[in-house]
Structures are given as C-alpha cells and as structure tokens.
Design a protein around this ligand. Structure first.
Ligand SMILES: Nc1ncnc2c1ncn2[C@@H]1O[C@H](COP(=O)(O)OP(=O)(O)OP(=O)(O)O)[C@@H](O)[C@H]1O
Ligand SMILES: [Mg+2]
Length: 409
C-alpha cells in the first residue's frame, strides 16, 4: 500500500468538523436537559475562547435536537444583521421560512392572530412571502409584528404535533443595541423570545459566541441572567486531547503512528486547545509522511510548527494592534496569571517594573476597552480580564525573546 493513500485527517479551520470530536459529554448532556423543558425557562449560551470548538459542537447539537422532534433554524449572526430591528426580524423570518415553506395554515388562524389578509383565502402556505406579509400587515412595533409571525408559525406546528424550534445563532457576540440610532435589535430578540416563551411556545434560543456574549446580553436586558444557561467550553483535558490526537489515525490503512512522547509534546504545546491540536497534528502528519518517504526517522518538529502557528494564527491579530496596545499586552504577558484572569491593578503594578513608561489605571482601562473591541481581551462577570485568544501570552513572550536576540548584522 502507498503511504499517501490515507489522507491527512486533521482539520484546523473555523467551523471544520474534526475527524474525532473529543470530550464535550457534559455540555451535550446540558443541552439535552434544555430540550426536555416543556415550558422554556432556560435558553442556551455556548461560549468560550477563539477556536475552542463552539461552532462544531453547536453543529453536533442539531441532529440531537432533530431526533427528539425539534426543528432547527439559524445561521451566523453577522454584524450587518444587528444593525437594526428590521434587519434582525428579517433574519428570523428568512431562517424560519426554510422550515415552514410547505406548511399550511387556515386563514381563520391567521385572522385570529390579528392579521387581516387583503385577499380572501382558505389556506395559507407559510412560505417567506406569507410570513413577510403577516409581518407587514400586523400593527404595532417590530417586536409585535415578529411575535405575531412566531405565534402563527406555532399554531401551524401545533396542529402537526411537532416539537418546538431551536433558533441557533453562531457568532452571536456580534449582536448589539445602537442607542445612538434608536435601534435595539438585541433587546428586541430577547424581549420577543421572553414573551413567546411566557405563552408556553417552545421556541428556544441557542446562542454561541466569544465570552463577551453573555455580559452583552445581561447589559441589554438584566433578565438574561435568568433566561440563559451559560455553558463555558474549556480546553480539553489531557486524556481528551490524547483521543483527539490518536483516534483520527487509528485506522488500518494509516501508516503514521504517534508514540507517547510525540502525543505528550502535542498536548503540552497545544495546551489542550482544539484548534491548536488540529493545527499541530496536521503539520506533524505531513512532515512524518515526508520523512517516511525519505526513509528518515520522524520526530515532532516543534520549533518549526510553533513558528508556523505564530505566522498563521497569531501574527495577524498581533499586527492589527497599536503600539500602545501591544505595550500593554506585553506587560500582561509577564504576569504569572496571564493565562487565566487579571485585574487592572495587577497590570498597573507590573508595568512599574517594565522598561517602558508605567501605565496609569485610567490608561489601562481605556486600552483594555479597545482590546476588547478588537476581540483580544474580554472582561468577565466579576470585572476581571482575560485574553480572548488562547495561549496569546506564550506567543507574546516568544515574540519578545526573538526581538531581544542580538542581531547578526
Ligand atoms: N472536541 C474537539 N475535538 C477535536 N477537535 C476539535 C474539537 N472541537 C473543535 N475542534 C477543532 O478545533 C477547531 C476550531 O473549532 P471551531 O471553529 O468550532 O471553534 P470556535 O470556538 O467556533 O472558534 P471561533 O471562536 O473562532 O468561532 C476546528 O479545527 C475543529 O475541528
Ligand atoms: Mg466559531
């Protein structure tokens, strides 16, 4: 057999399903528990750092919900969706129409909901056009119109004895209100779901996004605290990491085998973060195939892989930061707790021992706010800060070491 017959199985890439999805049993159970609710009291927020596996896990929830009689709608929440109330309503209607477009409701039902059709008809097919005309013809605010659409959809579902609908939105940290334009799309979404859930309609939100998501929901509507079950995805344990590394190549026709030392090296360098596991394993696999072809001994070329990871993953994010922001992140990277959480005060103190001009706490707050906006830092519910990108501290330290190396010329 040719050693190239078995293709490299590892998938480093946003939203790419891994060859083996390791761990996540507790999170899955939590989601199944939410599906058991008769009246929806809790919705799902699935959150975690960049590349921790939110998108692919949400994707695996879809068949679980469908097997239990739920319908599933949703997409990525782009910033443009969150510009206005009208836009978010349009998003929901468009997504709903995908599943409702061949459902039929009697005109009595739509009339009963306050919608007055302009033409006399016996039945309505709930395609996009119908949903849109129900929306347009309903008097009141955007939220009233949207509620009416959702209630009519529910009426149609009830007669089909169908379960509820999961509205799954990825990248939901992009949702926001815009007080300056008097547009409150995020609050609208929360109000509408809270209101229909109070009427016992089983439509559940499953929002996925960076750790800024939940604080944003609470800021928009304090009742979000109670409305959501927050599931924080963390790095994989060493055992789960081991499975993520080994299972994809434990196939009969795969010639590459990682020994324990190699596996441990990958676990250590990746820190158990799924994206890094996929990235490193993909590189290791390719290098090994190459070396085996040349009849050479294969070992994990860790320095080369780290360099590639730095260029492919970190460098772009780093280069977009301003000098002042970088100075602050360099100070943070020297904190012993830079990989967990830190406070403004700790940064101020640490900056006093650095080579640059020390930071004052008002400056630190400002720069941290800008870094949060850029998706590099987030503030948790207890007012402490963390890097939003895993292992960023390590990368910064590597950069510093390179910069401090004496130049040959
Ligand atoms: N449980 C897992 N086991 C193995 N690999 C995983 C696991 N979860 C995710 N991955 C891999 O990690 C990478 C990142 O996954 P994903 O895009 O779902 O992360 P994310 O949290 O949505 O990232 P982002 O914050 O950038 O949207 C992908 O290459 C995916 O295949
Ligand atoms: Mg994602």
């Amino acid at each position: 057999m040719n050693i190239t017959d078995f293709k490299n199985p590892f998938r480093p890439g946003a939203g790419h399903m891994p060859p083996y999805l390791a761990g996540r049993e507790k999170e899955r159970e939590e989601f199944l528990r939410l599906l058991e609710q008769e009246t929806i009291l809790e919705n799902l927020v699935l959150t975690g750092l960049r590349g921790v596996g939110k998108t692919v896990l949400l994707e695996t929830f879809k068949p679980l919900a469908q097997e239990r009689g739920w319908q599933w709608v949703g997409t990525d929440m782009s910033e443009s969706t969150s510009i206005s109330e009208e836009k978010i309503a349009e998003r929901l209607i468009t997504d709903l129409a995908v599943i409702t477009s061949n459902w039929v409701v009697q005109s009595q039902t739509v009339q009963g909901m306050g919608f007055r059709p302009d033409v006399e008809r016996r039945d309505y097919v709930l395609d996009y056009q119908s949903l849109r005309s129900i929306f347009n013809a309903t008097p009141g605010l955007v939220s009233d119109k949207l509620k009416c659409v959702l209630e009519i959809v529910w009426q149609a579902m009830r007669s089909k004895k169908s379960g509820g609908i999961v509205f799954a939105y990825d990248e939901a940290q992009n949702l926001s209100d815009h007080a300056e334009k008097e547009q409150y799309p995020l609050s609208l979404l929360l109000d509408v779901f809270q209101s229909i859930q109070r009427k016992n309609i089983p439509f559940m939100l499953a929002l996925t996004g960076l750790p800024t998501l939940f604080p944003k929901l609470v800021e928009a509507r304090t009742y979000s605290e109670r409305m959501f079950r927050v599931v924080f995805l963390d790095r994989l344990t060493p055992e789960q990491s081991r499975e993520a590394i080994k299972k994809p190549i434990e196939k009969e026709n795969c010639r590459v085998r990682f020994n324990d030392t190699s596996v441990n090296t990958v676990i250590q360098v990746s820190g158990g973060y799924p994206y890094f596991i996929q990235f490193i394993c993909r590189e290791v696999y390719d290098v090994w195939i190459q070396r085996m072809r040349e009849g050479r001994q294969a070992a994990v070329p860790i320095a080369e892989i780290c360099r590639k990871l730095d260029t492919d993953f970190f460098a772009g994010r780093w280069s977009r930061a301003t000098d002042r922001q970088r100075d602050l992140m360099i100070v943070i990277s020297t904190l012993p707790n830079c990989d967990t959480e830190f406070t403004i005060q700790e940064i101020v103190e640490q900056s006093k021992s650095g080579p640059e001009k020390p930071f004052r706490s008002s400056n630190v707050s400002l720069v941290l706010a800008a870094l949060a906006e850029a998706g590099l830092i987030f503030k948790n519910r207890h007012g402490k800060y963390s890097f939003a990108v895993p292992l960023l501290g390590e990368f910064i330290k590597r950069q510093q070491e390179n910069d401090n190396q004496p130049s040959l010329f």
